[in-house]
Design a protein around this ligand. Structure first.
Ligand code: OSB
Ligand code: MG
Length: 371
């Protein structure tokens, strides 16, 4: 498949409500979309970097720079057998996994469309529908969090994840657990604690949580391996896992018992499959994380979540929880049972609303191979 044309664009999308994590509040997303044309067919990908380097070291602007100044020239006019071969072309560019993942996503969509098959099937997906959970931002007080949880449960979501940080943790989790004794409940600290907080984190053991996600530093697997034996609750790593080797390290060190896979963080579908396969072989459950994506990123997350190792509900939820109007048709919808069906159409299985994308576009650049 020949990579003939690449368009990079930045769109601005306003979240329905601000989303607060331990590292800050997000209200307006600056999202980069990638459209790649291969053998005359175009595919779409999303770059999931945030606006600031607060989750990992990438940002919307670093990804713009890396795609514009390095990735575009490395791939334009290249003929590769499969989208999965992209990492080889980009081996000379270190890091910048989210930038690479957005481009790889566009190639996977294009390849699946060229073959006339759904992306999820091409990836080796085995489930027709995926189990969905929600990630709830930090709230002002426990009572408003409990109300939010009640609303999500009544929509059918199968697992509730609460964002926590020091000072906004025990009371919030206790209130939710008291009101809902039997739900699947987890917490995500986004690296807000230190190993010295182990005794404090042990207090979470009494709430029968499914997992505690990424309590310690974003780049420190070793400290998690010292914390895990001090807790009854399973740890889950998010920020720490950037490729198969990190997953291997975490599993060998027993730094966690569950791994969250984010397409952007691990560099795209091929990196995600490596982490997935390794976890499956080691009986470590995985689930799909989210980065407040538009419908394009959401559709890629859905496709990935159909792989057999995704045995826990992920953070992939309905478009309407985030956006007044999403950029895909139909929007991502969740059944009353808290599931999303894998689409039957080719590629990501959703069509991109080009008019809306155009209206939301802040800047764009196109590279075409002439020959
Ligand atoms: O750590 O999972 C995270 C959002 C932005 C950055 C990091 C994270 C999150 C979420 C939201 O938890 C997941 C989503 O609903 O997209
Ligand atoms: Mg997380």
């Amino acid at each position: 498949m020949k990579i003939e044309r690449l368009t990079l664009r930045e769109i601005g999308m306003r979240l329905k409500a601000p989303f607060e994590t331990s590292f800050g509040v997000t209200q307006v997303r600056r999202i980069l979309l990638v459209e790649a044309t291969c053998d005359g067919v175009s595919g779409w990908g999303e770059i999931t970097a945030l606006e600031s380097p607060s989750f990992n070291s990438e940002t919307t602007d670093t990804a713009w720079h890396v795609v514009s100044d390095f990735i575009s020239s490395a791939i334009l006019g290249q003929d590769i057998p499969h989208a999965a071969d992209l990492p080889l072309l980009l081996a000379g560019i270190r890091g910048h996994k989210m930038a690479k993942a957005g481009v790889e996503g566009a190639l996977w969509d294009a390849e699946a469309r060229l073959n006339g098959v759904p992306l999820w099937e091409m990836l080796g997906g085995t489930r027709q529908e995926i189990a969905c959970g929600v990630s709830l931002g930090i709230r002002e007080n426990p009572q408003s969090l409990v109300e939010r949880v009640a609303a999500e449960l009544s929509s059918g979501y199968q697992r509730i994840k609460l964002k926590i940080k020091p000072g906004k943790d025990i009371d919030f989790v206790a209130a939710v657990r008291k009101e809902f004794p039997n739900i699947l409940l987890s917490v995500d600290a986004n690296s807000a604690y230190m190993l010295e907080d182990a005794a404090h984190l042990q207090r979470l053991d009494s709430f029968d949580l499914l997992m505690i996600e990424q309590p310690l530093a974003w780049d420190d697997i070793f400290s998690h391996s010292l914390l895990q034996p001090q807790l009854r609750t399973a740890l889950c790593l998010d920020e720490c896992i950037n490729h198969g080797r990190d997953a291997e390290t975490a599993i060998q060190l027993k730094a966690c018992r569950i791994i969250n896979i984010k397409l952007g963080r691990v560099g795209g579908h091929s990196g995600a499959r490596q982490v997935h396969d390794l976890c499956l072989n080691n009986s470590v459950p995985v689930w799909c994380g989210g980065m407040l994506e538009s419908g394009i990123g959401r559709a890629h997350n859905l496709a990935m979540s159909t792989l057999p190792g995704f045995s826990l509900p992920g953070d992939v939820s309905a478009s309407s929880r985030y956006w007044d109007e999403d950029i895909i048709e139909p929007e991502v919808e969740v059944s009353p049972r808290g599931t999303i069906s894998a689409p039957a159409g080719p590629g990501i299985g959703y069509s991109v609303k080009r008019d809306l994308v155009e209206r939301l576009t802040v800047r764009s650049k196109t590279w075409a191979h002439s020959a």
